[in-house]
Design a protein around this ligand. Structure first.
Ligand SMILES: [Zn+2]
Length: 416
């Protein structure tokens, strides 16, 4: 039965949802804003049209459930996020909400019932753009919400608990947003790849094997400022030249250890053409699916920074600013996704995610899987973010096959 009109609907709805923006010139939709509320209402309407029972939870996540008639049915959860970064594209997160809604519409139209509840979730905050902390929506669902987050403040100095009140939510009830482990079979997130791997392989979709764990550091290098004309080369303690050597070393170490490491931010305090630099602060972000491999690389980098600082007469201070372990996707769900790819005439291909996703948070609740969809040139968090209709259709075919496969396994278990 053709999914084509349903995939077309996904494309149209991505355009429609892009209109819910707090900025007139570009897409910007943040947690607990009027636009968040309106996007939830619109999505709830689409969910209801698809025969789903809808509700908004205590964290502001929008849910729709396609109910099973089986007694004691558990839920298979599929979803992603509706919030965006400023000046974002139309698909990051959004595709992973609208595609499964349209797929449920297909099941509903074809009177196809399932032996489990199919719950679609639109997480309210993944990007962390408003309050500076990511995955707030999915952490609430996973039951890992932290009390201290109520005090987080946005750039207008509004704290999260008052923003919730303004939105119509009560932070004291946030724990009610947590789903129960016993009622949940698993979680699938469909998301644009945000990288160039699928495009380079000529594949529409890929099965994610895990989400890299990241550690971040702030490294401050203190030397001695001086006159560019009067201090001889051998008497200098140039913080910028030392930092440059450290940064090149970081790149080399990452390649040798098979991890990714990035220095994306650098501040130099004198920053003048005729001054030897006395003070530099730079960032370091190291990621891998293998925590041990990542940590071995970090150890080597730290030793090398000390060594370079030592012989250049610099003082290097290292402070860790972020620490998250890698998340591994569930082997059985991955196998089922690979079979679903084969059933859809697509070569099954595994790849890792270097970016963080809601699935990381939900992994604390239940087994998780992710399906990546090819995006043009791997671009994301930008208005030129793009997916093709054909790739969306293929992702939908895989998702349908995956759900049907799960339904067959589930029915089998029920009979047995
Ligand atoms: Zn995303």
């Amino acid at each position: 039965m053709p999914l084509t009109p349903y995939a077309k609907k996904v494309m149209k709805r991505c355009e429609k949802l892009a209109q819910f923006s707090q900025h007139p010139d570009y897409i910007d939709r943040r947690y607990l804003t009027k636009e968040h509320k309106n996007a939830n209402l619109q999505v709830a309407k689409w969910m209801q049209q698809a025969g789903m029972r809808t509700w908004q939870d205590e964290a502001g996540n929008q849910w729709g459930s396609y109910r099973s008639s089986s007694p004691n049915a558990k839920s298979l959860i599929i979803g992603s996020h509706l919030d965006t970064v400023p000046d974002s594209g139309k698909y990051d997160g959004i595709l992973g909400v609208l595609l499964p809604i349209s797929l449920v519409q297909y099941f509903h139209d074809h009177k196809q019932s399932l032996p489990f509840h199919l719950d679609i979730v639109a997480f309210a905050d993944e990007e962390g753009t408003r309050f500076g902390t990511t995955l707030l929506g999915s952490r609430a669902v996973a039951g890992t919400w932290q009390e201290k987050w109520g005090c987080l403040r946005d750039s207008d100095d509004i704290n999260l608990s008052s923003a919730m009140r303004e939105f119509g939510l009560d932070i004291n009830k946030i724990h009610a947003a947590a789903r129960s482990v016993d009622d949940t079979m698993g979680f699938l997130e469909i998301h644009i790849e945000q990288g160039p791997v699928l495009e380079s392989r000529g594949l529409p979709v890929g099965v994610v094997d895990g989400i890299a764990g990241a550690k971040r550091f702030e490294i401050s290098v203190v030397g001695h400022a001086g006159h560019a004309g009067t201090v001889p080369m051998e008497l200098r303690q140039d913080a910028l030249a030392g930092s440059a050597q450290m940064i090149v070393m970081i790149e080399k170490a990452a390649k040798e250890h098979g991890v990714v490491a990035t220095v994306g931010q650098i501040h130099s305090s004198s920053n003048a053409v005729n001054v030897i630099n006395g003070n530099v602060v730079f960032s370091l972000d190291v990621r891998s699916l293998d925590n041990q491999k990542r940590d071995r690389c970090i150890d080597e980098i730290m030793n090398a920074i000390e060594h370079i600082a030592g012989y250049r007469g610099l003082d290097a201070k290292i402070r860790m600013t972020h620490d998250a372990d890698a998340t591994h996707c569930d082997k059985m769900l991955m196998d089922e996704l690979r079979i679903a790819c084969e059933n859809s005439g697509i070569e099954p291909f595994n790849l890792s995610s270097g970016a963080g996703h809601d699935a990381m948070a939900i992994a604390d609740l239940c087994p998780v899987a992710m399906l990546f969809v090819r995006c043009a040139k791997g671009i994301s968090h930008h208005p030129s973010e793009a997916v093709t209709f054909e790739d969306v259709l293929n992702a939908m075919l895989v998702a349908r096959s995956f759900i049907e496969l799960k339904a067959r396994t589930c029915e089998h278990e029920l009979v047995a």
